[in-house]
Design a protein around this ligand. Structure first.
Ligand code: ADP
Length: 389
């Protein structure tokens, strides 16, 4: 067998499982180095299909599709963790470099296994118990073993809060989610933070500054993410150190997005992680020395990691499909937003909008974070995504 070509050699092949918005932005970053990105996802019409010609249509959960796609590659990475890890194991054995590894993915895909991992490694996380199904939770609650309110999370396949339910009292037990789950103590949250850490095969690590999520108090939905987080330099250093500790504990090569709770007593707890680029790192494209996408490339290709320093404070707003509209997307208010200084619009190119579907994001960069927040509110007012009749 020929030696593996160096990453910027024309014969070198880098692939990613998943061709949504994260795959698209990764392909755009790869384009700066004129590095072709091979993508596997079910339709060329997905966001990444527009920006890379090396798109294979297939299912990243299917053993054969992943294996056939992966065997032509030198390095394979992901933009979603719910992929076929059995095929990745075989690819690794056959000499393909897979980052993150199937072993790490199998832990992270399962919220229960994640929590056991933190417990074993002494990483602070909310107290929890695992259950086989909702009946077992009900029985434990009826025996008085659980204290209300508590948080129930399904072990697999939940995202954007869909696999999470807060059970406030015995009367609400009927609302338990079905299937294997974990029950967690409800944390008295002061702030929700996220830190993305990169690590390459040489063991070099770099953490991006912590991002803070701001919730709309009425809707209790994340309104925007801002950076720097409104925390003391000591807490910032602690958050970055904890996220780095988690990355090293997992032995990650690539990126790890670490979601943290800061409780009212000032303690940091790890909520969950994603071994890839993350929504909480989108602002880095416009506001940091290195974007999270370029950093993922640097990490998985074992290049020196880029500086994670901020160029300016920023606010990121997710562009969600407006309620009541499903169909071909129409963007309203783009021009007005583009007229505002520091506004960077990123549209993912999803053909169909649906209520709350992530259709794009906007990053507002401003030397003054308060100004950036005011502009972000303006953008939210002006920019709407609807559909024709
Ligand atoms: P997902 O994977 O769907 O994003 P998370 O575990 O991040 O699910 O939970 C979604 C949200 O639910 C969190 O951002 C937080 O606001 C709330 N939440 C989750 N776990 C707890 C907890 N133990 N205590 C209080 N709130 C929680």
């Amino acid at each position: 067998m020929n030696a593996t070509p160096s990453p910027l050699h024309p014969d070198f092949k880098l692939g990613v499982l998943g061709g949504g918005q994260l795959g698209k932005m990764l392909a755009l970053a790869a384009g700066n180095w004129h590095l072709p990105l091979y993508v596997l996802d079910s339709s060329k019409d997905f966001p990444a299909g527009r920006v890379t010609p090396f798109f294979t249509e297939g299912n990243f959960k299917d053993y054969d599709d992943v294996y056939q796609f992966g065997r032509q590659l030198n390095v394979l990475t992901i933009e979603i963790e719910h992929v076929n890890t059995e095929a990745l194991r075989r690819l690794e054995k056959e000499g393909v470099t897979v980052h993150p590894s199937p072993f790490q993915l199998d832990i992270i895909k399962d919220k229960g296994a994640q929590k056991l991992f933190y417990q074993k490694k002494g990483i602070p996380t909310a107290p929890f118990r695992l259950f086989e199904n909702e009946q077992a939770v009900r029985q434990a609650a009826e025996k008085g073993e659980l204290t209300f309110p508590f948080v129930q999370k399904t072990r697999t396949a939940g995202y954007d809060g869909r696999g999470v339910s807060v059970i406030r009292s015995a009367e609400k037990l009927a609302g338990l989610l079905p299937g294997a789950c974990l029950i967690e103590k409800q944390v008295d949250i002061d702030k929700e933070l996220a830190v993305i850490v990169a690590r390459n095969a040489r063991g070099e690590t770099k953490a991006f500054p912590a991002v803070e999520m701001e919730f709309n108090p009425e809707a209790n939905l994340v309104e925007f993410l801002f950076c720097p987080a409104a925390i003391s330099p000591e807490l910032e250093a602690k958050a970055e150190a904890l996220a780095t500790e988690v990355t090293v504990a997992y032995d990650i090569c690539g990126l790890l997005a670490v979601e943290l709770f800061l409780d009212k007593e000032g303690q940091l707890l790890v909520n969950e992680v994603a071994p890839r680029t993350h929504n909480s790192g989108h602002h880095t494209i416009d506001s940091c020395y290195t974007s999270q996408f370029e950093q993922q490339l640097r990490a998985v290709l074992n290049f020196p990691l880029g500086s994670t320093r901020m160029k300016a404070p920023s606010v990121m707003v997710n562009l969600l499909g407006a309620e009541g509209y499903t169909g071909p997307a129409i963007y309203q208010g783009l021009e007005e937003c583009l007229a505002i200084e520091g506004v960077h619009i990123h549209l993912y190119g999803k053909a169909i909008t649906k209520p709350f579907r992530k259709m794009g994001h906007v990053t507002i960069v401003d030397e003054d974070l308060a100004n950036a927040k005011a502009k972000a509110r303006k953008v939210k007012e002006l920019l709407t995504i609807i559909s024709g009749k």
